[in-house]
Design a binder for this molecule. Structure first.
Ligand SMILES: [Zn+2]
Length: 389
């Protein structure tokens, strides 16, 4: 057979490398033999269309896609329609695979190099006579081997631009690795790894209801100010919880009120988020019990008159704005943001430095999208719309 039998959780690129090593064909010759075209590339993580490839490994295309590519992870948080379309493109013979290429970005943009576990390598060599690249070791925010509970090692083979590196035909036992440095507790890394790797085998999720659940969870955990989600404050807490290095390593910097964690708990958000962001937010909710009291302590400790005063002023302003909003909602009066803040006596200070009013600003942003705002985002002022609306 042209391709060897795929080993447990072996990523497709590893199978192709082993095929080259066994048959003595170089990469181009192997791909030519599989696809019977002049194709010269196949993604390390996804292969190319698996319709031609899977039968040569003795498998059904869909089973192969689910067991040996990052397809399940990359599509886990997509709409059902898009996922079905991509599945069709991946498993049908002769389909155009241009859309599939971007699927690997959710991994390759957040993981620098091919990874492996030294202990797995030893065991694989003992058991199979050679080592191979495991799919479960190549995911963003997954730094540990879950079998050996040890940090993974990075190779010097870049996950991006694999068209070049693939030619080296290297398996883990051929390369020297550098163990990944854990920047947070072992427990936190283990939880992140568990949550990331789960999407290789778990059924895909319904994203819309998931985003609503995030919002509910944020409120439950106390990320709220006067009944609204305090997305900015939550976002900053998330950055503290993980630290800069961890977020950089997983390609997901965060920290401000416009950042992805804040967007993920906002109502009717129209943005789609990469799997690693879902995993980081979800894991934050599961593990951030420590972060909440820390925030409370930071306030209690009176870190300095400037900060404490600023926070008090923000709290007081947010309270006033909320009282005004309740009053406006009762009588149905529409106002602009400026007039709302002027009535709260805070317009001048607020507009000069919004960053010092995170709570008030969260409230203002919610208000801007509400029916009470005179100028709603993306709509004409109420008085232009006529009395019929
Ligand atoms: Zn291992």
């Amino acid at each position: 057979m042209l391709l060897p039998k795929p080993l447990p959780d072996e990523v497709v690129g590893s199978l192709l490398i082993r095929a080259c090593l066994r048959t003595g064909l170089n990469r181009n010759a192997l791909l030519h033999a599989i696809y019977e075209t002049r194709r010269s590339s196949a993604s390390f993580l996804l292969g190319s269309t698996v319709a031609e490839l899977a039968p040569l490994a003795g498998m059904e295309p869909e089973d192969f896609l689910r067991a040996h590519t990052i397809f399940p992870y990359a599509t886990a948080f997509m709409s059902e329609r898009l996922r079905a379309l991509l599945l069709l493109k991946a498993v049908m013979r002769g389909m155009d695979d241009t859309h599939l290429g971007t699927l690997t970005h959710s991994v390759t943009r957040n993981v620098a190099t091919w990874r492996f576990c030294n202990l797995c390598v030893e065991e694989d060599v003992a058991r199979w006579g050679e080592s191979y690249w495991h799919r479960i070791h190549q995911l963003p925010a997954a730094w540990l081997c879950l079998i050996h509970r040890a940090p993974l090692s990075t190779s010097d083979i870049a996950l991006r631009g694999t068209a070049v590196t693939w030619k080296r035909l290297l398996l883990p036992h051929h390369v020297l690795g550098v163990p990944l440095q854990l920047t947070r507790s072992h427990e936190l890394h283990e939880r992140l790894t568990l949550n990331s790797t789960a999407y290789l085998s778990e059924p895909a999720v319904d994203v819309e209801s998931l985003l609503l659940r995030y919002r509910g969870r944020a409120l439950e955990l106390g990320w709220l100010v006067n009944g609204n989600v305090a997305g900015g404050a939550m976002s900053r807490a998330l950055r503290q919880h993980y630290g800069r290095e961890l977020l950089l390593e997983s390609g997901s910097r965060a920290g401000g009120r416009r950042d992805w964690p804040a967007l993920m708990v906002r109502l009717n958000t129209q943005v789609s988020f990469t799997p690693v962001k879902h995993i980081l937010l979800n894991t934050f909710f599961q593990t951030s019990q420590d972060a909440l009291p820390q925030l409370a302590r930071a306030e209690d400790e009176k870190p300095g008159p400037k900060v404490a005063d600023g926070q008090r002023r923000d709290h007081a302003t947010a309270r006033k704005v909320q009282v005004l909003l309740n009053r406006l909602a009762k009588c149905g009066e529409r106002v602009t943001v400026t007039s709302l803040l002027m009535r709260a006596g805070a317009w001048e200070t607020f507009r000069h430095d919004r960053s010092r009013f995170p709570m008030t600003n969260a409230l203002v942003q919610e208000f801007r999208r509400s029916d009470l705002a005179e100028r709603q985002v993306g709509r004409r002022p109420a008085w232009r719309r006529g009395s019929g609306e």
